[in-house]
Design a protein around this ligand. Sequence first.
Ligand SMILES: Cc1cc2nc3c(=O)[nH]c(=O)nc-3n(C[C@H](O)[C@H](O)[C@H](O)COP(=O)(O)OP(=O)(O)OC[C@H]3O[C@@H](n4cnc5c(N)ncnc54)[C@H](O)[C@@H]3O)c2cc1C
Length: 561
Amino acid sequence: MTGRDLLVYDDVHCIADMKTDHYMMLKKASQAATPWADMALYGKYITYFIAGWIFFGSVKHFLFSNYDVDRRSDGPAKIWERLIAAGRFIVYRQLPTKICSQLGLPTSVGSLLLIGAVTLYSLLWCFVPHPYYRACLGFGSPPLGVRAGFISTAFVPFIFIMSGKSNIVGFLTGVSHEKLNKYHQTASILCLFFGWVHTIPFYYQANKEGGTSRVHEKMYSDAIWVSGVPPIIFLTLLWLGSLRIIRKFWYEAFVSFHWVLAVGFYISLFYHIYDELQAHKYLVATIIVWGLQFLYRWFAKGYLRPGRVMKKTVAKISQFESLNQKCVELMVDLPLNAVPGQHVFLRALDNTALQSHPFSVIPTSVGFKLLVRVYDGFTKHLFETASRSSTISLLVDGPYGGVSRDPRSFSNLFLICSGSGITTCLPFVSSYASLLDDPRASLSKIRLDWIVRHSDDVSWVRDELVAIYDTFKMETKTGALEINIYCVQSSEKEQVIGPEYNKFKPAVKELVRNFSLGSTNCIISSGSHALKNEVGNAAARLQSQVGKVREVYLHTEEFSF
Ligand SMILES: Cc1cc2nc3c(=O)[nH]c(=O)nc-3n(C[C@H](O)[C@H](O)[C@H](O)COP(=O)(O)OP(=O)(O)OC[C@H]3O[C@@H](n4cnc5c(N)ncnc54)[C@H](O)[C@@H]3O)c2cc1C
């Protein structure tokens, strides 16, 4: 059959002696020492570990939600509040965006630590136990390959579940889908990595024993060898397609392709692992949970919700352009049960109907307003539509996202944003400023700092700002409500709306350091990566104030996945 035939202990040839009694005896001994069936445990270890983190996140969310309801915001910090601050001193830190984006990693130290813990844990379970291989492939599959296969499969339910806009992990932990996306991405990379660690030992050992002819023979005699090829190819293509560079330039192609590949991956993996130590149960669990949350999303939030089944909404559309920036404003007369900080997904009912894009909502008296900064794809299409029409037909999906804590339960609310990030921050002012005068409410101070590139940019939300200044004159006089606008171009003409207009680029860390903290403080930031980075680090440093104050909580929004 072949020139090569590995000679192992007891003078046994891995291929030539395959049918002998002695070979069978050695096979039994190998299986008794490292049972094939035990490899399934490794998948469970990963599931329990991730489920443990979700449980921890759920308890934290539950405690904070209930604690917020009847907290008294005075007095010095309690011991556990100091402990939380010590943790936040680390997890709020941000690493440089440039390095992290090259490596495809999140910038937040908290997220990195969590990802690092899951990665290390899985690597240890995969590579510490020995043996990696049996003496001959005929004694059974390489243990390294089988346990890596189980570890890889254990990630699949989490990957699919965290891909949903409404998902059970987000519901339990209070972390919204766009933030969970980084965990979805990392779990996919780990699934791929362990998928290859599963695959390689089989080929390596077959080749070592009998060269390419042995590999060839295994491929044609063992159906499971052939059925393992499509899932690993689908998964590898999924990873290639999701690389940042592809998402940056071909986001729509990525989204459509992503789903096709994901379905291909799921079906081919099911076929590959069906009835192998019950591994397909991971995929059964995946489809049940994913299916339920998909139905919930479509019928409770999305296009099929009662009363709005695939109902189009006609929105007023207008465009405006400042020096280097184009913008579109959409006024949508559709009552939406949204809280500040939430976003909707839009679909235009024209030749771009397959695309769905997220935008933060600014509530109005009859519906909501969206401010869209123009790039090259869908947003450019909106801009062009606005130049020839005053209306556009849309499908609205949502609202989604938001802050996991209730900002009204803090004494001080600090909002800091750059550019179109104002869409996230402004609704907090318009919705909560009325509480500043209410003696029963916890909120006693709101400060908004908005950094714009050009003075014209202020016109994006001029009406809203004027309305806020008119309605809350008293609060702005007393300083309970403070709005500061910073225009980076010092030479441009001033926009006169309210009192605090500054013509310089502020140092974000100075802005945050100068927040006059109250007893409990909530900082919300929205805008560029650079802003998120600086606010995160500054908020981490502010944790040293906990003791004098009771809490400094941070929520950041990012306009990208
Ligand atoms: C939660 C959230 C809220 C947002 N709110 C606002 C807002 O209020 N105002 C605003 O101007 N922008 C907002 N954005 C950003 C906005 O969704 C994107 O700028 C827009 O989808 C880009 O579309 P495009 O086809 O013109 O982009 P392209 O020109 O194709 O690409 C420009 C950039 O946008 C990213 N992008 C493209 N399509 C999407 C998509 N479907 N989802 C997410 N990112 C995408 C690409 O990765 C690329 O980096 C928000 C994003 C998120 C995640």
